[in-house]
Design a protein around this ligand. Structure first.
Ligand code: UD1
Length: 311
């Protein structure tokens, strides 16, 4: 993507800022972020960058941003990313995770905005606990939490606007993304970011459950590759894609791996599992591979790159 005008909601957050930094040298990038988890310091300084502190639930702000710009690409990455947080605050997270999507879609429809692509970040959480693995895009959807319901509802609404109102759109179902600049400072942060933080600061880590729950951990660079392919492919129009690696890793595997690779012992405490937590989540990525996706990192090389950056 070059010489385009790009909006990234959640652009100061983990995935958003990584994407913005990749696009900034050759594009104009506008970032909206409420800084609840993100930080503008994640972004490289550039004359191509416009930073807006505000919420995607603020319709007046969205109207103003769209009045002032004709975007080519919109990456809607702003969200309350934590499943557990949605269990604790279902209504507040619904406003961020669903209403914001609807608000942007409505502006695009009403103002007859001509864009190249709207990319919505959905989640592997939509599959829930239905036991068939690995998850394909056509697998049974059984959301277990407000987060998963909102992601699925948003994703479907995006596809409806694509089909009915010709708003060109695609969606990603992210599996568990990790890498530098993922904020570890909330109890609701991503597991790997918390693990790396505890290794660094020699503090105890709590595992909710027996640690045998498994995820498909995908390194941020591969996620950026996927996002750019999905945004620019003709074939991906109106389509939803799993973004993962297809590799299964348990939390206990991660603890063992980090200790053997760093020689640092992290003090692990086990607690009751979190409500709504998924036991097994692994992707089938054949559909994404058909548009050219070729993930470059496994857990070992991804963690090495992340840890080299952190230590
Ligand atoms: C994660 C993402 C979510 C994404 C989904 C896709 C985050 C915060 N969540 O959800 O946005 O849509 O993947 O699959 O990035 N755990 C502990 N101790 C901790 C923290 C977590 O044991 O201190 C456990 C959780 O109970 C869970 C596992 O680690 O079993 C992963 O949790 P988390 O990193 O929050 O990710 P998901 O819920 O899979």
């Amino acid at each position: 993507i070059q010489n385009n005008n790009i909006l990234i909601t959640g652009g100061a957050g983990f995935i958003g800022s990584s994407l913005a930094n990749k696009l900034l040298p050759n594009n104009k990038v506008t970032v909206i972020d409420d800084l609840s988890m993100g930080d503008f310091s994640n972004l490289n300084s550039s004359s191509n960058l416009i930073k807006i502190k505000g919420s995607v639930t603020d319709k007046d702000l969205l109207e103003k941003v769209f009045d002032e710009n004709d975007f080519d690409y919109i990456f809607h990455l702003a969200a309350v990313a934590s499943v557990a947080d949605s269990v604790a605050r279902p209504y507040e997270t619904h406003q961020v995770n669903f209403d914001s999507t609807m608000a942007i879609l409505e502006i695009l429809r009403k103002n007859k905005k001509s864009i190249k692509r709207f990319i919505f970040s959905s989640s592997a959480a939509v599959y829930g606990d239905e036991p068939t693995l690995p998850k394909q895009e056509e697998s049974i959807i059984r959301p277990l939490t407000p987060y998963a319901v909102d992601k699925f509802a948003s994703e479907r609404m995006v596809m409806v606007y694509n089909n009915l109102y010709k708003i060109p759109a695609s969606a990603t179902r992210f599996f568990n993304v990790y890498g530098p600049n993922q904020n570890p400072n909330s109890p609701y942060s991503g597991f790997i970011s918390i693990l790396v933080d505890r290794l660094k600061n020699q503090k105890p880590l709590t595992i909710f459950g027996d640690g045998e729950q498994a995820r498909d951990f995908v390194y941020i660079d591969d996620v950026l590759q996927a996002l750019l392919l999905i945004a620019t492919s003709d074939q991906s129009l109106g389509q939803v894609y799993n973004v993962g690696t297809g590799i299964k890793t348990t939390l206990n595997d991660l603890i063992r791996f980090s200790q053997s690779n760093l020689g640092k012992v992290v003090d692990v405490k086990y607690a009751e599992p979190r409500e709504g937590d998924i036991k097994l989540s692994i992707s089938n990525i054949q559909k994404l591979k058909k548009i050219g996706y070729n993930p470059k990192y496994n857990l070992e090389s991804g963690m090495k790159k992340y840890l080299d950056y952190e230590f």
